[in-house]
Design a protein around this ligand. Structure first.
Ligand code: SAH
Length: 243
């Protein structure tokens, strides 16, 4: 897990990003899951400007300070905005294609897996935008997440992340919930992407509600604060190492 990267021929999202970057348009980026109906990520949204970002991402951008690590940066939309604001930004992603696009867009971008223990530079802000904490996959991997975060955070550094409580997906009209408590945390989702003729490997993606995040944060020596509630069960959180 810790040093996996995605080669270009197995990378639907990277291919969509590369095509949009080159041509200004792209095909359908499909998202498949055993838990949901087929969905689509509109590729232009991966290139959103500050004004097009949802409030929790705009707030995250405003709260960034010092040297910033943009984790799972995709097309680099947040990195570009942060650089515009005069911050020093490094973007990492496991997608070779996305990193190539980010480099062409003038970003200090590198093919690095967040969990790779050989990556140990220091940052004042670690940004995980668009449910970037999803890279954890399952709650059992949160320990590894906090370990990497500690390694990468400078003294007094912060983590900024947005996520959602996806309980509404399982909620019935009467407010009761169809959740199998034995099956693990309900925010653990499996996804697979498809772009043109390329289908990627399936991967686990975690959505985590604020209380569950706070509980794990506490357990791993972090203080967790909610900065903003979004419009649909989503939120922005800020985490710092407990003194
Ligand atoms: N932050 C971007 C893109 C989000 S999509 C935006 O807001 O638009 C999530 C990205 O995380 C993808 O580009 C994927 O390749 C990358 N990713 C997944 N696992 C990763 C990991 N372990 N380390 C770094 N990047 C990862």
């Amino acid at each position: 897990m810790s040093n996996t990267t995605i080669p270009r021929d197995k990378d639907p999202m990277g291919q969509a990003i590369a095509e949009f970057h080159k041509k200004g348009r792209a095909g359908k980026l499909r998202v498949l899951s055993s838990m949901f109906y087929e969905d689509e990520i509109p590729v232009p949204t991966l290139f959103r400007s500050f004004d097009e970002m949802p409030p929790q991402e705009q707030e995250a951008v405003k709260l960034c300070r010092g040297r910033v690590l943009d984790v799972g940066a995709g097309s680099g939309c947040h990195s570009i905005e942060l650089a515009k604001r005069g911050l020093q930004v490094t973007a990492i992603d496991i997608s070779e294609l996305s990193v190539e696009v980010m480099k062409e867009r003038g970003i200090d971008a590198r093919i690095i897996n967040f969990f790779d223990e050989t990556f140990c530079e220091k940052f004042d802000t670690i940004l995980l935008a668009m449910n970037g904490i999803g890279i954890v996959g399952k709650t059992e991997n949160l320990a590894a997440f906090f370990k990497s975060a500690k390694r990468l955070l400078a003294d007094g550094g912060q983590i900024l992340l947005d996520s959602s409580d996806i309980r509404y997906v399982f909620m019935n009209d009467d407010g009761s919930m169809d959740i199998d408590l034995a099956a693990g945390y309900y925010g653990e989702v499996d996804y697979k992407m498809r772009y043109r003729n390329t289908t990627g490997e399936p991967f686990d993606w975690l959505y985590i509600d604020f209380d569950t995040l706070s509980m794990y944060a506490e357990e791993h020596g972090f203080e967790c604060e909610k900065c903003l509630d979004g419009e649909h069960y989503d939120y922005l959180a800020r985490l710092i190492v407990k003194k």
